[in-house]
Design a binder for this molecule. Structure first.
Ligand code: SF4
Length: 284
């Protein structure tokens, strides 16, 4: 099912993806049975990112045990863990000469370790096959279990992100199973490790500006240093409705407020997604 685009304001329109880098990445990901969040999440920046040989890969399959109301990833009983996935991903990244990669996963509440061991194996394998690569890992909440998150930390990605997705009041409506305070705890654990902690929210879901500013304060208190803010887009008619298209000038206001409050790097504009310009965040 495709993104609902009919009522998009001009500032939300993006070119269709094309070009040889785009085609190469698309074909290789398909033949290697790898999932990209760019496709699964129907990201509006595919043209820009894939054209620059940057992509966000999604590990641990394409079926999620949770059912967040904004997300187009399939909610089904997941397949068994594929232990060959890390090496296929590492080789694909090598073939594509990717210098910075973003890796995320579905949430695997069906596994005792939430998929932490495969996460760690993936990070180590990608680094071993691609010396010098930098990496952001966008992780699920692992129920804020410190030992599980530590497995990801010990594999030493440069950035670990965990998205709040929305403000406190809207969390039960927007996310499934996740809790606002639990996600803050995840950020706290990442921040304590010395690895760059990053988070992201979507706006246009009915939140107030005060609530967005409060979320910034909560994240900073937890130790977060990099923030992304982008417009929510409704993937299909079965998903949460867009309450509002937030104007570009409000995104600028949010960016300035976040930097003033203490974030080191902030990406805030209508088309920003959590992995947008992610290569810059290694330096936060
Ligand atoms: S946890 Fe929620 S946001 Fe993440 S993949 Fe599953 S359904 Fe989507």
């Amino acid at each position: 099912m495709s993104t609902i685009t009919r009522r998009l304001p001009d500032w939300m329109k993006t070119p269709l993806p094309s070009g040889k880098e785009y085609v190469a990445l698309k074909n290789l990901a398909a033949t290697q049975q790898l999932n990209t969040i760019c496709v699964s999440g129907n990201c509006p920046n595919k043209a820009e990112c894939w054209g620059a040989s940057t992509a966000s890969f999604m590990i641990l399959g394409e079926k999620c045990t949770r059912n967040c109301r904004f997300c187009d990833v399939k909610n089904m009983i997941p397949d068994a863990v594929d232990l060959e996935e890390p090496i296929r991903l590492a080789e694909t990244i090598k073939t594509l000469k990717i210098k910075h990669c973003v890796i995320t996963s579905v949430t695997r509440d069906d596994l005792d370790d939430g998929g932490a061991a495969l996460w760690a194996l993936t990070i180590r394998t990608v680094k071993a096959v691609n010396p010098g690569i930098t990496m952001e890992t966008l992780i699920p909440d692992f129920y804020a279990n410190k030992e599980l998150i530590q497995q990801v930390i010990d594999a030493r990605p440069e950035v670990i992100s965990h998205n709040m997705e929305t403000v406190r009041r809207l969390t039960p409506k927007v996310r499934d199973i996740a809790r606002y305070d639990r996600s803050l705890k995840v950020i706290e654990i990442i921040a304590a490790s010395g690895i760059v902690p990053k988070s992201g929210i979507m706006v246009g879901l009915g939140e107030t500006e005060e609530e967005v500013l409060q979320t910034m304060d909560d994240l900073l208190k937890a130790g977060c240093r990099v923030l992304t803010i982008g417009q929510y887009l409704q993937p299909t008619s079965h998903h949460l409705k867009i309450e509002e298209f937030i104007k570009p000038e409000i995104f600028i206001k949010y960016r300035e407020a976040a930097l003033e409050k203490g974030f080191k790097m902030v990406e805030s504009s209508p088309l920003v997604r959590s992995s947008y310009r992610a290569e810059r965040h290694v330096h936060a």
